[in-house]
Design a protein around this ligand. Structure first.
Ligand code: UD1
Length: 423
């Protein structure tokens, strides 16, 4: 696997944010629900998106990805109902095709996705949800087999935790099942609203996304449409935190600032200057930024996907910060690597206690997952000397043109290639 080599740099300038990975993936899975052509815009060129496109092609769909414009055209029917292990093991979000294939074809099978570097990630809510929708779901020799059955006229699916993936999976399948389905304690992330909007463009009847109660009245058939995905709030937040951690300033464009209120609240507490525009944000660091406490929570709380990058920022703040991770309670693989760079961080159960230090030092560190790798790259820009982030390909799963974008901000960064990692 390859490395990203980073030298100390104050990041500044302008940058345009790409379409949201976490919208693109469930939206591509939902497109399985129609034979007609769906044209999607602003699909980011990422290894996770390529994996989802491979899954659609394996299922029999025609997919054309025009990478220069970010346009994806999907058409044709499903021919195969089994999703092979080589694709499922690459990306957890691939599990979200099980229900859409089964609802159209009568059955579908896929290997159970394993854990990954950010912790144990079960799929029990997905399975319980599909069962409530009348599916017969069985587990045999590492494979999940889902068979379509009779859905009761009215069903309420209560999620024990507002799981993003389970909300999206159940919502997509229920869109084409008869009767009414209500998802209670649904995830409220903007990407759920984006999926609802896409499905409604395809002829579904769904309301309530963005709240904890989503109501789906099934329709017989979905049709083709043309749709543009929302900007990636996690990509935007990552570049904002990178700029601030290196003491720079910048203008980030194509941002839905209302999707990042929890981040702005934290940054304002630390003393950073944040000026929100219509579709952009301008940020400027303040030399002696202060530490602050963060509770990582499902949306609209502070996103777990920005927790590693926030830890780097707060490692260089004045005073003590506490971050409590309530979504993936063991998501701290990056902490040990940051300590090796000179950060003063202790882990106590699902909380990290950060005592701000004056500087970090460059060394060789290892990326362990997508956001952890982004955090280590940010730490490298702030650290004295040179930092080598190994297993760096994780970053390409979620950041489009990441080397070019950091370089555009004046970051001294280069990539020494290797293979693409899999979870
Ligand atoms: C999605 C995002 C990921 C983000 C996460 C939380 C995509 C493609 N990925 O992942 O970037 O970090 O939301 O915002 O959108 N859980 C169960 N059983 C289940 C499902 C989830 O116990 O069946 C638990 C998980 O272990 C975790 C919590 O619920 O502790 C939230 O996970 P979930 O929201 O499902 O995350 P993903 O959809 O996998």
């Amino acid at each position: 696997m390859g490395s990203i080599i980073v030298e100390k740099s104050a990041l500044q300038g302008e940058l345009e944010i790409s379409g949201a990975k976490n919208s693109a993936l469930p939206i591509l899975a939902a497109v399985l629900l129609t034979d007609e052509e769906v044209i999607l815009h602003k699909i980011p060129v990422l290894s996770d998106v390529e994996t989802m496109i491979d899954i659609l092609r394996t299922a029999g769909k025609n997919v054309v990805f025009e990478k220069e414009t970010g346009t994806v055209r999907v058409s044709g029917g499903i021919l195969h109902t089994h999703v092979p292990y080589e694709l499922v093991r690459k990306m957890r979000a691939s599990f979200n095709v099980l229900g859409p294939i089964a609802v159209i074809m009568g059955e579908s099978s896929t290997p159970l996705p394993g854990g990954c570097a950010i912790g144990v990630r079960p799929v029990d809510f997905h399975i319980e949800g599909l069962k409530k929708l009348g599916f017969d779901v069985n587990y045999d020799h590492g494979e999940i087999l889902a068979k379509r059955g009779n859905k009761p006229e009215e069903v309420a699916v209560y999620l024990p935790f507002p799981s993003v993936g389970a909300t999206e999976h159940i919502m997509s399948v229920a869109a084409v099942l008869p009767g009414v389905t209500v998802i209670e304690n649904a995830a409220m992330e903007p990407e759920i609203v984006d999926l609802q909007d896409l499905l409604n463009e395809m002829g579904a009847n769904i309301s309530g996304a963005g709240t904890s109660k989503i109501m789906i009245t099934g329709v017989k058939k979905l049709h083709g449409c043309e749709y543009t995905v929302i900007p990636d709030r996690i990509e935007a937040g990552t570049y904002v935190l990178a700029i601030l951690t290196t003491g720079g300033e910048g203008l980030i464009k194509n941002v839905r600032t209302d999707h990042l209120d929890a981040l702005w609240a934290v940054l304002e507490k630390t003393g950073a200057i944040v000026k929100k525009g219509e579709n952009s944000v301008e940020v400027k660091s303040w030399n002696n930024w202060r530490g602050c406490d963060i509770d990582v929570m499902p949306y609209p709380g502070f996103p777990t996907d920005l927790q590693p990058q926030a830890i780097v920022y707060l490692s260089l703040a004045q005073g003590t910060s506490m971050i409590t991770e309530n979504v993936f309670k063991t998501r701290f693989a990056h902490v040990g690597e940051l300590v090796r760079m000179g950060a003063n961080i202790k882990i106590k159960e699902n909380t990290v206690i950060i005592n701000g230090v004056e500087r970090l030092q460059g060394t060789t560190v290892m990326g362990t997952d997508l956001r952890a790798t982004a955090a280590l790259v940010i730490a490298g820009f702030a650290a004295e000397g040179e930092t080598e982030v190994t297993q760096a390909e994780y970053i390409f799963r979620g950041y489009e043109n990441v080397i070019e974008k950091f370089a555009k901000l004046g970051g001294k960064i280069r990539y020494v290639p290797g293979g693409v990692p899999e979870i």
